[in-house]
Structure formats: C-alpha cells, structure tokens
Design a protein around this ligand. Sequence first.
Ligand code: KG4
Ligand code: ZN
Length: 364
Amino acid sequence: MSKILGIETSCDETAAAVLEGTVRKFGRTEKLERSARQEDGRVRILSNVIASSASLQEKYGGVIPEQAAREQLKSIIPVIKEALEQAKITYNELDAIAVTQGPGLIGSLLIGVETAKTLAWAWDKPLIGINHLVGHFYANWVQEKGEKVGEVEEEGEIPRFPCIGLLVSGGHSDIVLFEDHNKFRYLGGTRDDAAGECFDKSARLLGLPYPGGPLVAKLAAEGDPKAFDLPRPLIGSGDLDFSFSGLKTAVANIVKFGKEEKDWKDQKVKDFCASLEMAIVDCLCKKTIKAAQINNIDQIIVSGGVAANSTLKRELRARFPGKVFVPPPFLCTDNAVMIAASAFYNFNPIEPTALQADPSLSLG
Ligand code: KG4
Ligand code: ZN
C-alpha cells in the first residue's frame, strides 16, 4: 500500500489530505482488460483537512483572488502538518506528493505548486501535477477508512470504463467520455456561465449570501418546482452544450418584478428556488443522458460542487436507466482528497523544477 499527500489550492481553499491505496503505474492500465478494472479498487482517506476563507467570501459576496492567496500563504504549512498528524504518519512514510497544477486563480495555484515542489525536493518524493477538473472525477474512486462512502449502490463498487463524466462546479459545466484512466474526450460544455455560477448569481439576486448553491437547494426543498415557468436554454439543441446566462437573465427579470409585488414572501421564494433548481437540473440531466445514449454507455460519474445537489442526484438516477455515481457532498466541493486519489490512478511523476502552475488547463 502506498500513501500519497494531496495538496489543493486552486480557488480560496487550502486543502491537504493523505490517502492510501495501490498505485497504478502510468501506462500500465492501458494493457488491462476492462473486466479487470474492478480489481483496481478504491483508495482510502487517512486524513482530510480544509481551511477556507468562507467568512470573508460571505462578507464580500465572493472570492477576492489577492485576499485568498494571502490567506493560503498563512495556512498552507499548518494544513499540511495537520493532514500528516491526522493520518498518524510522518513525511518519511509518504510515497509521493500530488498537487493541483490548474486551472484556478494564479496566485492561489502558485502557493500549492511551489510548496509541493519544495517539499518534493526536500523530502525526495515523486511529484505529480494534477488537473483540478480531472481530479474532481476521482472523488468517485474514494473510500473512507474502509467504510462504504457515497451513494454507490453496491459496496466497494467503482466506476467502469467507458463512462460519461459530468463536471458541474462554480466555474465549469462539462461533459466528457472517459475511455480509461488518463484517457478522455471532451463532448460538450457550457457556452457561457457554469451551473454553479447560475446558482450563485441567482442567489445573489435573491439577496442570499455566497456561495448561493447550497442555500438555493435548501429553500428549494420546501418549494414547488412547477411554480415558475423558467427557460431551459439549449435543451432541445442537437449538441451536448449548455447555456445558463439566459436563465440568469430570466431570474433577474422575475426577481426584480417580484420584489415590487407585495406577495413575494417566504413560500414564493422557496417556490422560485425550486423552479430554478429544476430548470438547471433538467438541462444537466438531458444533455448528460443524451451523451450516454449517443455513445451507448451505461455509467455516468458526476463531480464538482453542484454534484452535492440532491435534486440533481435524484433526477439523474430516476431518468437514467444505467448506473450513476455521485461522491458524498464533502467530496464534491473542492478538497485535496480528490487530488491525491487522482494521482493513484494517473501516476506520472514530474521533476519538481519542471512543474509550473497553469491557470488555463481545461478538459478540452
Ligand atoms: O467544485 P467547487 O467546490 O468549486 C469549483 O471548482 O468551482 O464548486 C462550487 C460550486 C458553487 O457554485 C456552489 O454554489 C455550488 O458548487 N454548490 C451547489 C451545492 N453545493 C455547492 N450548488 C447546488 N446545490 C448544492 N447543494
Ligand atoms: Zn473545483
């Protein structure tokens, strides 16, 4: 069993985690049959530490890059120390270090990447740079302390290839086809705003604090999703793309009008949140399931902060006849567990001096 330290600092979080599992040497899995995949197994969480400037975000209505980086500079070493302590290991017992290389805020990425490079050099450990967007998907390969984690239907079951990946976060809404570890094809994505961004900006219009997604979801649970007739942009288009900016404009118009009405009270806000949530969920389900059908694939893996949305999970499962993997909510939003997990399945060390933070990495 190997142990990998993961480090994640792409946005405002400073996160470190230690995971234990079997490393798949880069390229080796190419030769394995698909049926052998199940033997790859899951990786286990030994520790998971996250420091975030949530109170500052709430105060300013979002993340201020400069401020986020300054906070991360203060917390990166204590967070890594805490991750090793919680895992009850010393750095000697680590087999490798994995770090988010991009995409993200450059100031934030640099703190994680430069710290990881320094530690890899000082501790003489292999260093692996991880694409944050790919990393999100690997939350579906994780198990916590030997227990069943998440919403998989059968204990210990992991996704099989090929599978369709839906990434829905604050900055991305992408659909990819995974043929294997480290082998995927971009199928479609948002042409403007991301799904999480639509949740956040709509919440802001409603006067709710940042990040708005979880609050909209909470209010939506007591609302009627059919109460407001909101647009589902591009839902009938022949491609696998999304567009959420038109929905946001519709929200802005309705909220502005609604605030002038006297009956825009508690229940109406709940109904509105439920309608908004269902409009986003309808778009995501339609295109993701279409991607699976076109490619004759029976497994979907979901990831990113919006994957924590229980309506999305419920509706995808209800509408898709195949298997839908969704990580538990604490692994959907940004964390270092997914970064370390990704390294186990995509073990491709790089010289510390050669690794560069890259804010423009994508899935395309
Ligand atoms: O993946 P993530 O933590 O950060 C990025 O890489 O962007 O995603 C954050 C996004 C935010 O837009 C947040 O509002 C959204 O995920 N989110 C949710 C829920 N929990 C987090 N959106 C809808 N329902 C939720 N329960
Ligand atoms: Zn993320």
